[in-house]
Design a binder for this molecule. Structure first.
Ligand code: CTP
Ligand code: CA
Length: 222
């Protein structure tokens, strides 16, 4: 039973949530990716829908079931995610970018399976577009929320990202902390507003963390 059932404080709001990792293909069977499972993003999408928002979830590959009542667009690469996000961005009120987007992709994706040869193999990588940075440049009425996954200098790095990407809120988590980060059922996050307020939340399930983030967003979206 969801405690927030019936609390429709996001009714009338259009929310875009991105989730999961991206896959950057080397050849038809191999790709670069990361440890994101999509749980935090799916939890945010479900929590927002539960609170009355019209939610569009753009997600990289995950093992999670499609949430009911939520529009879902499935993508693989960072560039596919960018195209899907940019198409729907203008009509959104709030964008929450939980996705762990690969910063680099192989410069060349081979059409055929790469065959092994004697000796080492070197990969050349190209920078992927920073989807959130581009949204920050384009934003008009939208509220933009980023996530910062860090292993050190958490609050400093998170604040730098919030400023560089023109965000309204950033959710910082130290992925090395026990009970936080990738592949865990709980998270420990610090919510940082652009006014510089910091709220460290205790260890909570990802769905409870999602509701707490939405509680903060509610104040901005008045
Ligand atoms: N992000 C994005 N597009 C990218 C990389 C990141 O939209 N190509 C978004 C993420 O979805 C997240 C935020 O930017 O909301 C911060 O992502 P993170 O990986 O923590 O930061 P980066 O800016 O990529 O910096 P770095 O990985 O070097 O710490
Ligand atoms: Ca990154």
């Amino acid at each position: 039973m969801d405690l927030f059932l019936g609390k429709h404080d996001f009714a009338g709001k259009k929310i875009l949530v991105t989730a999961g990792p991206t896959r950057e293909y080397l050849d038809p069977i191999r790709f670069l990716t990361n440890r994101s499972t999509g749980t935090m993003g799916y939890s945010l999408a479900k929590a927002a829908a539960c609170r009355g928002a019209a939610v569009h979830l753009v997600t990289g590959p995950t093992c999670l079931a499609d949430p009911l009542g939520i529009k879902i667009t499935k993508v693989e690469s960072a560039r596919e995610m960018q195209a899907a996000v940019e198409e729907i961005f203008p009509e959104m009120d709030i964008v929450i970018k939980t996705a762990a987007v690969a910063d680099y992709r192989p410069k060349i994706t081979a059409n055929q399976k790469i065959k092994k040869k004697d000796g080492d193999l070197s990969l050349s990588l190209a920078r992927n577009p920073d989807i959130l940075l581009e949204l920050g440049r384009k934003k008009k009425h939208q509220i933009l929320v980023g996530f910062a996954a860090e292993t050190e200098s958490l609050l400093e790095y998170a604040q730098e990202k919030m400023i560089a990407k023109n965000l309204d809120l950033i959710v910082a988590n130290n992925i090395k902390e026990e009970g936080a980060g990738f592949g865990t059922t709980t998270n420990i996050v610090t919510i940082i507003t652009k006014e510089g307020q910091m709220h460290r939340l205790p260890q909570m399930t990802k769905i409870d963390t999602a509701h707490a983030i939405l509680d903060h967003l509610r104040m901005l979206a008045e």
